[in-house]
Design a protein around this ligand. Structure first.
Ligand code: CA
Length: 230
C-alpha cells in the first residue's frame, strides 16, 4: 500500500486542530498537530510532511515568519489559515511563498479541495522534473527535483519566488523575457501588483548570485527585460 499523504496541522486552537485532524484522517490523510510556532518551524524543516496547514496567530512564532523561514529551505505546499480580519496577512503570506489561504471559519469541503489542488500542483512539478535533470548557466547549476541551486559548487539559498524566477529564466536561457512574461509565468495571471516586483526580485537574485560570486548571470536588456546566458 502506498504511504498516506502526511499533513501537518499548525494551529493553537485545540478545537479547530482536533476538527481538522478528524476530517483529514477521515479522508485518508495521516496528520500531526503542533500548537507552538517555534516547534512547528523545526518540525517542518525536517521535511517529512507533504503539506502544511499554517495558522497565523500562534504562540512562539507567527505563521508569516514560519512561512518565510520555511521557504528558505523547502517548497512544501503551505495553506495559510487566517482570521477574517487579517486580509493584509493573507497578502503577505502569499508574497512570502504560501500556496493558498483559507479564511476562518471555512467549509471543510473547500479546504479539502484546496488541499487536493496544492498537492496536485506539487506532484506536477515533481513529475516534470526528472531526477537528475540539471539546468545550467556558466557554473550555476539548478536541480529542479531537489529544489537546489549551486554556484561554483556552493549552495545558494533562495526563497520560493526567487527560485521560481530563476528556474523560469534558466528554462528560457538566451531568450529575453519581458517583465510581463515573467509576471504571468512566475506570479500568475491573477497577480495584481505592478511589474516593479520583477525588478525587485531580480535585484534579490543578483545579490545572492551575481554579486556574491562576482560573475554576471542575469543581464538587463534595456527597455525590454532580462535574460540569462552563458
Ligand atoms: Ca491562532
Amino acid at each position: 500500500m502506498a504511504e498516506p499523504t502526511r499533513i501537518f496541522i499548525v494551529e493553537d486552537e485545540r478545537r479547530i486542530a482536533r476538527f481538522l485532524q478528524i476530517e483529514l484522517e477521515h479522508e485518508g490523510y495521516a496528520t500531526e498537530t503542533e500548537d507552538n510556532g517555534e516547534r512547528a518551524l523545526e518540525r517542518i524543516v525536517q521535511g517529512t510532511y507533504d503539506l502544511v496547514l499554517l495558522d497565523i496567530m500562534l504562540p512562539g512564532m507567527d505563521g508569516l515568519e514560519i512561512c518565510r523561514r520555511v521557504r528558505e529551505v523547502s517548497n512544501v505546499p503551505i495553506i495559510m489559515l487566517t482570521a477574517r480580519d487579517e486580509v493584509e496577512d493573507k497578502v503577505k503570506g502569499l508574497d512570502l511563498g504560501a500556496d493558498d489561504y483559507m479564511t476562518k471559519p471555512f467549509a471543510i469541503q473547500e479546504l479539502l479541495a484546496r488541499i487536493r489542488n496544492a498537492l496536485r500542483k506539487q506532484r506536477a512539478v515533481a513529475e516534470n522534473s526528472p531526477e537528475g535533470e540539471k539546468l545550467t548557466v556558466k557554473d550555476l547549476v539548478m536541480f529542479p527535483s531537489r529544489y537546489e541551486v549551486t554556484v561554483q559548487g556552493q549552495d545558494v539559498q533562495l526563497t520560493k519566488k526567487e527560485y521560481s524566477l530563476l528556474e523560469y529564466m534558466l528554462r528560457n536561457k538566451r531568450t529575453v523575457l519581458t517583465r510581463d512574461q515573467i509576471l504571468q509565468e512566475v506570479w500568475g495571471y491573477d497577480y495584481t501588483g505592478d511589474t516593479n516586483v520583477v525588478d525587485v526580485y531580480i535585484r534579490y537574485l543578483r545579490a545572492k548570485i551575481d554579486d556574491r560570486f562576482q560573475q554576471k548571470y542575469i543581464y538587463t536588456v534595456r527597455g525590454v527585460g532580462y535574460v540569462v546566458k552563458d
